[in-house]
Ligand binder design. Structure first.
Ligand code: F0G
Length: 404
């Protein structure tokens, strides 16, 4: 079974409580499983379909609950041979989360989070978002038949994500401020009006996302890679992935743990700065800026969990420029055929930088997580890549353009 526990003061709370932080000390909450009660063998797991619910015993939903699912998870882990040569590393994999139902890893969190919302009797769910969370929540709320409210930083959402939230019928409100401000507002609104909050401060949501670690281990024949590289914004996903590896390790399903590596965009890198300065908390950045709008976040709420994951895993945090992000996006797209949005490419850009700096050894087995699909943000492609040429419809004009 599982309990809800504060990561700061250790107090435990009823798992039916609708709380998002410790009522005692305001610390972040996490779900803690009594793993000695969990019976889960490799043989049993391998009998089940490959998706998130393969790991049901490690998902904190009550047995009687109807699960709200779009068949999320089960995403491909590609061996990235062409990039191994290009970057100079022995064994590289890409875990492509863009292959989830709404095109990002958020679906893993929402299948558990929206299921929890129903369990707790919520009639409406809400979030602030840089885009993907809102796209995913809108879809899962629609599937559950409950209302969805999303607050977005006006004008700073990639068009594909905004389209998804609208398509699935969420009430979409643009806030004339950045994500951090929108998150503050929705947190206040949710408490005041009894709306269930599904940002990553919600500990149940992160339980779904820890399945990224389960799947990576599963796909590597029940072993952990040496390192997992993750793009970081609000710091939820890297914390969730680390938790997943720790649980598999504690259950004896893997023998080793990976080094967690978080990558932020240079213009929005409070975690990297805190990590490099050896600080135990972050300094919020009031004006985060990057082409990777998904991770344009200056005050990540889950920073304490991410700093803990880095500390416990002997990890690293690094930042990359927008140019390095676009270069990495191009590499993924043109050398591997994997189309990702800019934030996702930060993992490959970070890997490249850390390899060049000698921080990552060239004989490591590394998994880079690519978090969202290329079609989320077509505008970046139109503004940063070659434009199509337009010609008169004649064979001569065509040949001229192709052969010069
Ligand atoms: N990559 C993508 C594509 C994202 O959408 C996000 C977060 C991240 C990485 C970072 O994950 O926040 O857990 O550290 N997007 C959120 C959103 C904030 O609202 O869609 P994180």
């Amino acid at each position: 079974m599982f309990v809800l526990r504060c990561i700061e003061c250790g107090r435990e709370y009823d798992r039916r409580a609708m709380i998002y932080q410790c009522p005692g000390c305001s610390g972040l909450l996490e779900v803690v499983f009594q793993l000695e009660d969990v019976q889960l063998s490799r043989a049993e797991l391998e009998r089940r379909p490959f998706n998130l619910w393969r790991y049901r015993e490690l998902m904190p939903v009550e047995n009687s609950t109807r699960v709200v699912s779009l068949n999320e998870g089960g995403t491909p882990l590609y061996r990235a041979r062409a990039l191994e040569e290009e970057l100079g590393i022995k064994e590289l994999y890409v875990k492509n989360e863009g292959a989830n139902p709404t095109g990002s890893f958020k679906d893993r969190g929402m299948t558990v989070g929206v299921t929890k919302a129903l369990e707790l009797g919520a009639r409406a769910v809400g979030c602030a978002s840089t885009g993907n969370t809102s796209a995913s929540l809108a879809a899962y709320a629609a599937r559950a038949g409950i209302k969805c409210l999303v607050l977005l930083p006006a004008g700073k959402i990639a068009i594909g994500k905004l389209a998804q939230a609208l398509l699935h019928g969420a009430q979409v409100i643009g806030i004339k401020a950045n994500f951090d401000v929108a998150l503050k507002l929705i947190r206040e609104l949710c408490v005041k009006h009894n709306i269930y909050l599904l940002n990553s401060i919600n500990p149940w949501r992160l339980e779904g996302q820890k399945s990224e670690a389960f799947e990576i281990a599963d796909q590597l024949n029940f072993s952990a890679p040496d390192r997992v590289v993750v793009p970081v914004g609000n710091c939820g996903n890297i914390s969730a992935i680390w938790k997943g590896f720790r649980e598999f390790h504690e259950l004896g399903l893997i023998d080793t743990l990976p080094v967690m590596t978080g990558v932020q965009a240079e213009g929005a890198s409070p975690l990297v700065k805190a990590f490099k300065a050896g600080k135990s908390s972050i300094e919020p950045e009031p004006q985060p800026e990057t082409i990777a709008t998904a991770i344009r976040i200056g005050a990540p709420v889950n920073a304490p969990k991410a700093l803990r994951a880095l500390r416990e895993s002997n990890g690293v945090a690094e930042s990359v420029t927008d140019e390095e992000i676009i270069e990495a996006q191009k590499l993924l797209a043109r050398r591997l055929g994997i189309g990702v949005e800019p934030a996702s490419a930060a993992s490959i850009a970070g890997l490249r930088k850390l390899l060049e700096a000698g921080e990552i050894a060239r004989d490591e087995r590394v998994v880079c997580v690519t978090t969202g699909h290329a079609l989320k943000d077509p505008e970046v492609i139109f503004s940063r890549y070659e434009k199509p040429v337009e010609i008169e419809p004649s064979i001569e004009a065509l040949e001229k353009v192709i052969y010069g």
